[in-house]
Design a protein around this ligand. Structure first.
Ligand code: GLV
Ligand code: MN
Ligand code: MN
Length: 455
C-alpha cells in the first residue's frame, strides 16, 4: 500500500537533477539516485573524531571513559573549538565565527537563491560530562559534509554546519546562549552577567566572538530552509524499546529560578537548636518541597535543585546564607507556572517556620518548541531508507533547536543512550548507533533538500 510514509521513503532516495549551469564548479555533478541512496558516513572516521575531541577537557591522566569537563568559555572549550575549526577546514569548508561565538561553515548549493539547510549541535559540556552530548551532532554534521565533498555531490540548498556556543549554560546559569543570540533572545543586560569573576562580554571575546555586535548574529525568520540536529536521547526510551532512531516531536520549556535563603550565621556549638536561623535547613526543606510538588500530579514534568552554595560553608558555623537553583521542565508553560507558584507558596511557609527569608527570582526561561511535522517526515523517510526502525518522542533535555524553532522549521534525531545516562562520564552510545544517527542525519538533510518544508 502506498502510505504517506512509504511515499516519503521513496522520495528520500530521489535525486532531483540539478541543471549543469547551477553546479558550483565543473567538477561537481549530480549523481544517480542509486549513488545518493548508497551514501554512508565513514563510521570509523566519525569515531576517531569523537575520540579526538574528547581529549579536550579530559581529567588529568584520564581516558575516554572518564568523560569531559569542557565548560563553555573554558580553556578546554577554546581547545575543543580549535580542533573543530581545523576539522571543518580539513573537509574543505571555511568556518567563520559570528558575534556570539557560534561556529558556522557554509557549503554552496546548486541554487544560490535558496536558503540553507542548517545542521549541527554544540561541543561545550557540563562539569564531568560525557563524550556524546552535542559532540555527536556536531561531528556528524562535519562528517556528512566531508562525505558530500569527497563524492562531489551537490545539493540544491546551501548547507550550513553550526557548532553553537554555550549550549549547556552552566557558565552564567543560562543555556542556549549562542542560538538565542541568533534568535534575537540574548538581551544586552545578559552580557553584564559575571560567572566565576569573568564578565560575559570577556567570555564571548575569549572564544572569538564580538559582544559589541551581538545583534548582528541574529537571523531573520525564514532565512533557512530547515534546521536538523542529531543528538543522543539522554533518556532511556529508545534503549527500552530497542528502536535506534528517535524523531523528536517537541522540546520541553525550561524555567530556572535562583533561590536566595538568608538566615543567621552563628556558633555551631553554643547556639541552642530552637534559637537557630539555619539557611541550609530551609534549603533542605525547599529542595524536598520541589520534589513533592513536581510529583504531586501526573505527567512528565521534572524539577531539580542541582546547584547549591552554602555560606560560610564551615563545619562549626550555622549556615547564614544559601543560594541554590530550582529548575522546572515540561512541555506546557502553564503547568510550569502553576508548579512555580506552588513552590513560591511553600517557600513562604518554610521561611516563616525556619526564621529565614527566601527570595525566588526567575533566572531564565526557555520556551518549549514543537518540531516541524514535515522535517520529522524527512527524518522518518531517511530512517525508512536506511531500514532503521524509528519512533516519535519528546525531548526532556534542552537543545539549541528550541531557539531555531522560533525562526523556522526544525526537527531532531535521537539515538539511544545506554542506560539512559547523560551529563555524566558514563554517558554512552554504541558506535553503531552513532553511525546510524549520522547516516540518518545525512539522509534527512538530503531528503529535506528535495522537500518543501513549509507545508
Ligand atoms: C542541556 O543539556 C539541558 O537540557 O540542560
Ligand atoms: Mn546537548
Ligand atoms: Mn547537555
Amino acid at each position: 500500500m502506498l502510505t504517506r510514509r512509504v511515499f516519503l521513503g521513496a522520495l528520500a532516495t530521489l535525486a532531483i537533477p540539478v541543471p549543469r549551469r547551477h553546479w558550483p564548479s565543473p567538477l561537481w555533478r549530480a549523481r544517480s539516485q542509486v549513488e545518493l541512496a548508497a551514501l554512508r558516513i565513514d563510521a570509523t572516521r566519525l569515531r576517531h573524531t569523537l575520540e579526538s575531541l574528547s581529549q579536550f577537557g579530559r581529567p588529568a591522566n584520564g581516558s575516554f571513559a572518564d568523560g569531559v569537563s569542557r565548560l563553555a568559555y573554558s580553556d578546554a572549550d577554546v581547545q575543543g573549538r580549535a580542533y573543530v575549526l581545523d576539522l571543518i577546514k580539513s573537509v574543505g569548508l571555511s568556518p567563520r565565527l559570528d558575534p556570539a561565538g557560534n561556529i558556522l561553515a557554509r557549503r554552496d548549493g546548486a541554487d544560490a537563491s535558496l536558503p540553507p539547510i542548517v545542521f549541527g549541535s554544540h561541543i561545550d559540556s557540563v562539569p564531568n560530562g560525557g563524550n556524546f552530548d552535542g559532540d555527536l551532532g556536531s561531528l556528524s554534521a562535519i562528517e556528512a559534509v566531508r562525505l558530500l565533498n569527497e563524492r562531489k555531490i551537490a545539493t540544491r540548498h546551501p548547507l550550513e554546519v553550526v557548532v553553537w556556543a554555550n549550549e549547556e549554560g552552566v557558565a552564567f546559569n543560562n543555556g542556549l546562549c549562542g542560538s538565542r543570540a541568533v534568535a534575537g533572545k540574548l538581551p544586552p543586560e545578559e552580557l553584564e552577567h559575571v560567572y566565576n569573576g569573568v564578565k560575559k562580554t570577556d567570555a564571548i571575546r575569549k572564544i572569538g566572538g564580538d559582544p559589541t555586535r551581538i545583534p548582528d548574529a541574529r537571523r531573520s525568520p525564514g532565512s533557512f530552509h530547515c534546521y536538523v540536529e542529531l543528538h543522543i536521547e539522554q533518556g532511556g526510551t529508545l534503549e527500552k524499546t530497542g528502536i535506534p532512531i528517535g524523531v523528536v516531536e517537541g522540546i520541553v520549556a525550561i524555567d530556572r529560578y535562583d533561590a536566595v535563603i538568608r538566615g543567621m550565621a552563628n556558633h555551631a556549638g553554643t547556639t541552642p537548636m530552637p534559637d537557630r536561623h539555619d539557611a541550609l535547613i530551609a534549603a533542605a526543606q525547599l529542595t524536598l518541597a520541589v520534589r513533592e510538588i513536581v510529583t504531586s500530579e501526573p505527567g512528565r514534568q521534572v524539577g531539580t535543585v542541582g546547584h547549591l552554595e552554602v555560606v560560610p560553608n564551615a563545619p562549626n558555623v550555622i549556615p547564614g546564607v544559601v543560594r541554590h537553583t530550582i529548575e522546572l521542565r515540561d512541555l506546557s508553560a502553564s503547568k510550569l507556572e502553576r508548579l512555580a507558584q506552588a513552590v513560591r507558596d511553600r517557600a513562604r511557609q518554610i521561611a516563616a517556620a525556619t526564621g529565614t527569608t527566601i527570595d525566588l527570582t526567575l533566572a531564565s526561561h526557555h520556551e518549549a518548541a514543537t518540531a516541524s511535522p514535515v522535517v520529522q517526515d524527512a527524518i522518518e523517510a531517511a530512517a525508512d531508507h536506511l531500514r532503521l526502525a524509528h519512533q516519535r518522542l519528546p525531548s526532556g533535555a534542552g537543545h539549541d533547536a528550541q531557539s531555531m524553532a522560533q525562526l523556522g522549521p526544525m526537527a531532531m534525531i535521537f539515538v539511544p543512550s545506554i542506560g539512559g545516562i547523560s551529563h555524566s562520564p558514563r554517558e554512552l552510545t554504541s558506535w553503531d548507533d552513532c553511525a546510524r544517527g549520522a547516516n540518518a542525519l545525512l539522509h534527512a538533510v538530503l531528503a529535506a533538500d528535495r522537500m518543501d518544508v513549509r507545508s
